[in-house]
Design a protein around this ligand. Structure first.
Ligand SMILES: C[S@@+](CC[C@H](N)C(=O)[O-])C[C@H]1O[C@@H](n2cnc3c(N)ncnc32)[C@H](O)[C@@H]1O
Length: 784
């Protein structure tokens, strides 16, 4: 099977390979000093970037087990002897030569070490956990000695003790600050897709004895009682990860290795939440591949989709067991060729390679926090104008809006157009084009307060515009223009519409208009959605001061998951996924003005909004995504609203969204409601935003405080069904995800439909809130 030649391709993903202890045992050293050196050289020759191998051998597992686990009754040797050996080891943890796979610095170069799979950092037994921690530290110390940069830890398996696992990881991150520690996790607990399986009975822990890098299966609860917030839901492994990274304080050295051994569900909410996490490695064994008609290895549809989407994060894909000949055609190379094929056909990657797209334009800026411009307070440098002017879409939209407005202006009446905030003059140039297209003449006035840009305007006036433009230098809130205009054209918009003070400036410029004059834009709206992104949260708090987490930033989103559901929830309480906050309309006719025609205060530009979002799948709220839409004239507009931008102004480059961070991440359960309050506030000198969020769940009133109702039925081993006591109450469950149809690639499972709408018998209960952000504009504001 031939995929397109990838030689000229600048790859996003790196491809590595995982070798087992068996592979190492079988390897011969041939012309190399050691078998490991030969394996490293072979893997490079096969095009793999890095080699991933277990750090320890069976010998170590055996010695550790003999020392640290209780010997069987009839086992040889005395308990005392093991206890003494264990104490000696605890005092001075270290390996014997044959207990490790790598013994030389040169063998370790570029190697990713898999930490012993059998280490139970979350074992129910305190002593096993205690000794597993010492053994882990011993492995990390040895890896550090060999200059290994990255290690992959076995997955947590036991939700009851995941906090212990997290504490151990946290202490290792502190002890080995230069080591990158990655945690291997399946995307979901595969057993939830087998409704008949006893979810609540403890699965056998990965006891010392298993040697392969097997797929971890999660023990939901040892006790048989669901102690989690979402029972055995598809969220189980994500919730474990969330707890670990939170307890590790979002340490940037802690990453995820997603294990794609189990087939993936198509439930969007399950998959999309991983997009907001720092997935560094993807573990992909040959057993995940299926054979196509010709016998070549290919991936099931949901896994294909997930990998294509993940490519944007530049992952390291670790192919495992690919030398075993599991598929009849193609050989080992077929797996990596197929991964490259997925990369090349990834719409997200393709968008970054296509000139003219936002994704291509924004390369290197993804998830990078930029302070919004302050074009009113600051004078922009020429290069900034130059970047604006590269956007063909924005100016085309303005030209079209002016053209249509000119056509609608009575032919027999004179036409005066004023461009307010002309910058280096691109809108003036477009105004002339629109006049030409409309076959109209007009008096054109250009106002600009940046003295440096005003030089460029004078230059263009002399060289291009034949002195036809009346140039006015000064602030549009203060200066006068030579004659009143029919059309006032401006582009003072920020990512949130009003955040670069377009409303305040246009209030001042409204004086330039004739009584029936119109403004382009005629209106604009601000929009919000709740988002999850540990990356953005970490970036915002890296400012190391309160201010960093109370400042809105301009960001090209990448590792971001919007938490609100695409559909409003079924009781109609909540709105859509992205909701409008407020609108500004120009010119505003109802204002009380002073003798100069200027507003007396700025109070009329204050705004507030309270929005209700439905949260179908559990997630962590890290901030709010802000967008804008503007009506320029008629149905010509500008939009960065994710659902509408492609219809309104496709491939427009000028604006990335705004990110309002939250100081403290807020956990939102499945089926919960998030209320967001946001204010635009102002005094005589400044404008600023304040924001705040509260979360709620709906519970049956009759449940009162009866906790039993919030827990899955204790005797039931499977997800509650429509007839279970839970669903019979009817309220959406914070313990269960919103139920999109879930199916595996191999079969379709029937799941219960969402329960009935919230009724009068249900109660909305508050469960958490954030603090009020940026009170009084203490951390961020825009100067008037
Ligand atoms: C975002 S830039 C747009 C420039 C240009 N119209 C374009 O589309 O490329 C906004 C321009 O408005 C100017 N500006 C902002 N506030 C102004 C004010 N109150 N009076 C005059 N010019 C102003 C800024 O200096 C800047 O040149």
């Amino acid at each position: 099977m031939e995929y397109q030649n990838t030689s000229a391709w600048d790859p996003h993903a790196t491809i590595s390979t995982y070798l087992t202890l068996d592979d190492i045992a079988k390897a011969s050293k041939e012309d190399y000093d050691t078998a490991i050196l030969k394996l490293v050289a072979d893997s490079k020759e096969k095009g793999y970037k890095r080699l991933c191998i277990p750090l320890t051998t069976e010998k170590w597992k055996k010695r550790w087990s003999e020392m640290c686990l209780l010997p069987a009754e009839n086992a040889p040797g005395s308990k005392e002897a093991s206890a003494l050996a264990a104490e000696a080891w605890r005092l001075n943890p270290g390996f014997q030569r044959d207990e490790v796979t790598i013994t030389r610095l040169d063998e370790a170069e570029g190697v990713i070490a898999m930490i012993s799979e059998w280490l139970e950092l979350d074992a129910p037994d305190d002593w096993v956990r205690h000794d597993a921690e010492i053994a882990l530290q011993q492995e990390l110390a040895y890896a550090t000695y060999l200059n290994i940069q990255t290690v992959i830890l076995p997955a947590p398996r036991n939700r009851d003790h995941v906090a212990s696992y997290a504490r151990i990881v946290q202490s290792c991150l502190t002890k080995f600050p230069y080591l990158s520690i990655s945690i291997r996790l399946p995307i979901y607990n595969p057993s939830v897709f087998q409704p008949a399986s006893p979810l609540l009975s403890p699965a056998p822990p990965a006891s010392p004895g298993s040697t392969l890098a097997t797929t971890p299966s999660v023990v939901i609860s040892e006790s048989g009682q669901s102690t989690s917030t979402s029972g055995g839901s598809v969220n189980a492994t994500w919730e474990m990860w969330d707890l670990i990274r939170s307890m590790c304080d979002y340490n940037t050295k802690l990453t995820l290795t997603i294990d794609l051994s189990p087939a993936l569900p198509t439930t969007l909410g399950v998959l999309s939440k991983w997009a907001a996490e720092s997935v560094r490695h993807i573990f992909l064994p040959s057993s995940t591949f299926i054979a196509n008609m010709k016998g070549y290895p290919v991936l099931p549809k949901p896994t294909q989709h997930f990998i294509r989407e993940s490519m944007i994060h530049w992952p390291n894909i670790i192919l495992a067991e690919v030398g075993e000949g599991r598929h009849s055609r193609g050989g080992e190379v077929a797996y990596s060729q197929y991964v490259r094929h997925l990369e090349k056909t990834s719409p997200a990657v393709q968008a970054t390679k296509r000139p003219g797209t936002v994704e291509n334009f924004a390369q290197g800026y993804q998830d990078y926090l930029q302070a919004p411009l302050q074009p009113l307070m600051d004078n922009l440098p020429s290069v900034t104008y130059q970047v604006f002017e590269q956007d063909p879409v924005k100016y085309a939209q303005y030209e079209e809006a002016m053209y249509r407005a000119f056509l609608d202006h009575p032919r027999d009446e004179e036409l005066v157009v004023c461009v307010a905030g002309a910058g280096r003059g691109p809108l003036v140039a477009r105004c002339f084009k629109a006049l030409e297209r409309a076959q109209r003449d007009a008096t054109v006035i250009a106002v600009e307060k940046n003295p440096n840009a005003f030089v460029t305007l004078q230059e263009r006036q002399a060289n291009e515009w034949d002195n036809k433009v009346q140039l006015v230098f000064g602030d549009m809130r203060v200066v006068d223009v030579p004659e009143k205009a029919d059309i006032l054209v401006s582009e003072l918009l920020g990512s949130f519409g009003d955040n670069e003070l377009s409303p305040e400036c246009l209030d001042g410029a409204a004086r330039f208009l004739k009584p029936n004059g119109l403004s382009i834009p005629s209106s604009y709206t601000a929009h919000l959605a709740p988002l999850s992104s540990s990356k953005l949260y970490n970036e915002a708090r890296s400012a190391k001061s309160e201010k960093g987490l109370e400042t809105p930033y301009v960001v090209m989103f990448q590792a971001v998951n919007i938490l609100s559901g695409t559909k409003a929830n079924n009781d109609g309480r909540c709105g859509s996924q992205i909701q409008e906050c407020w609108e500004f309309v120009h010119p505003r006719k109802d204002l009380a003005v002073d003798s100069r025609g200027l507003p007396i205060t700025n109070s009329h530009n204050a705004r507030s909004a309270r929005l209700r979002f439905y949260i179908p799948h559990a997630g962590i709220l890290h901030g709010l995504a802000g967008y804008f839409e503007a009506v320029l004239y008629g149905n010509v507009g500008l939009s960065i609203h994710p659902h509408r931008k492609d219809q309104v102004s496709k491939d427009m480059l000028s604006w990335f969204p705004l990110f309002f961070p939250f100081r403290e991440p807020l956990y939102l359960p499945s089926n919960s409601e998030l209320q967001v309050s946001i204010w635009r506030l102002t005094n005589a000198r400044q404008v600023w935003y304040e924001w705040h969020a509260e979360s709620f769940i709906t519970v049956p009133k009759s449940a009162n405080s009866n906790e039993e109702l919030l827990l899955a039925h204790p005797s039931s081993g499977s997800l509650p069904s429509a007839s279970s006591s839970f669903s019979s109450f009817g309220a959406p469950s914070p313990l269960m995800d919103y139920k999109e149809p879930i199916f595996l690639d191999t079969r379709r499972l029937t799941v219960t439909e969402p329960s009935r709408p919230v009724s009068a018998d249900d109660e909305v209960v508050k469960i958490g809130h954030t603090s009020l952000h940026n009170a009084g504009g203490r951390s961020s504001w825009i100067g008037l």
